[in-house]
Design a protein around this ligand. Sequence first.
Ligand code: AMP
Length: 298
Amino acid sequence: MRTVATFADVRKGDRGSVALVPTMGYLHEGHLDLISAARRSSDTVVVSLFVNPLQFNEDVDLAAYPQDLARDAALAEQAGADMLFAPPIEEMYAEQPLTSITVAGVGELMEGDHRPGHFDGVAVVVAKLLAGIQPDRAYFGRKDAQQLVLVTRLGADLSFPVEIIGRPTIRERDGLALSSRNIHLSEAERGAALSLSAGLAAAASAVEEGETDAATLEEIARARVDAEPGAHLEYVTLASQADASALPALEVPAFLAVAAGVGTTRLMDNVHIDRVDGTWVPDLGSRLDRPSILYGEA
Ligand code: AMP
């Protein structure tokens, strides 16, 4: 695997079909699942690693974001990447961009509401990666469900010749959704964080029993988080997979999303809900059978 720093280097040579896995680094099994899927689909797998300042609302959050290039390079290679694109800031933003991209509506609720400007920053960096790397496929996690909706619309609206592929969420054995930010959680906070996935699991069970009302499903998830003194709920919303708008009930493919603060860490999680053979089927993703590599090497 080669580590490269410029778009020109990523595009060099005969690459065959190209799959891109965009990340902010500090890789875990969620990222590795995307890389493995990319490996199965394409001749060349490019993993990008860039902590995009445009999408951070607070400087302290940006400064605290975990980084370890040597660790990430080893993990990306093991998972099957051919290239690690780790650009310096000058390659991405030689000048502060004057172009802004707003995917109207999609970025307004939930994360958009709590992190003003966040999705415009995501849209710019994703557009730059798609334009600069020119992949045939790009892989994203459903863990960031609203981001996946946004990227799908961005690709279609701007005619990027790329297929956007979403993959299910990878979780710890106890249900906690993997996130690079989890390494900031203390033991007690780690316990409180479980209220998010527990709330979603309870709502998923209600869906399996036939519940379709948004307010009821949101209340089931909210109750679990509210019962945990260490977790501070920001929102719980049933939203459409097509445009991330809030839904009054399950009537189109949806996701139930939750975000909460635990200590100084902000956590997000969601359950995807699709219609299969006439019934609503929740998908929480899959659980590892051992602690993730976030808690020590594999
Ligand atoms: P990040 O490095 O957090 O920006 O994430 C890079 C990509 O990995 C995004 O498409 C995320 O949605 C995806 N991702 C993050 N966490 C998970 C997870 N637990 N399961 C699956 N995909 C994930």
